[in-house]
Design a protein around this ligand. Sequence first.
Ligand SMILES: Nc1nc2c(c(=O)[nH]1)N=C(CO)CN2
Length: 232
Amino acid sequence: MNATPCSCPPPAATRTGVGGVAANPPVPRTLPPRPDLTAAIRPPPLYLSRFSAFSPLHVSAVVTSSSPYAHRAYVALGANLNDPVAQLQAAVAALDELPDSALVRRSSFYRTAPVGVRNQPDFINGVAELATDLDPHRLLATLLEVEARFGRVRSYPNAPRTLDLDLLLYDQAVVHTPDLILPHPRLHLRAFVLVPLGEIAPDLALPGRGRLAAWLPAVANQRIDRLATPAP
Ligand SMILES: Nc1nc2c(c(=O)[nH]1)N=C(CO)CN2
């Protein structure tokens, strides 16, 4: 059979750059998500135009976030004592007051079946996204101070509580220290974390564990109901 003339480009593996320059080295296919960046493809700026034969299109990334704080952290909120909805509303307000930090968004609140020790009241859960300049350990210490202000008494593991604040993620950091593990070691196993987190960050990648959305089917048997309660 005769080969049909084709004006299409050669396959990627053999393609060369414009002007016969060898192809660029392969670009990694996946990069950590940066919700504060948007990418645009446009003609190169003037200062790059002398390279335009090599780079006919210019990819630029623009910081769109208005937050002055450099890092993104996700915090889980939970309570099942003393009017838990009011506890969570007050806790969200407290997170908005943290030093060197700003509350970026928070999820709906959810009524959830207790996981672990089952013989206790349902929990109210939610997740907040913070922009922060606190390092992960300082942020954790600050969250523990807020818990203490809300009267949390650590009686036994998984005991009912007025307020629980768990640091889930800090950028894409992986941390293993005696007092802090990131990402939170059980976040991918708990509907009461995954569902609200997925609500505010549906495309989130969990360091070392792939896309958040991929973990949702495995927790579909855990009872969780979104509340209509308006958040503060
Ligand atoms: N539904 C639900 N279950 C829990 C929760 C929680 O916040 N929600 N927190 C726990 C200890 O961190 C243990 N079990």
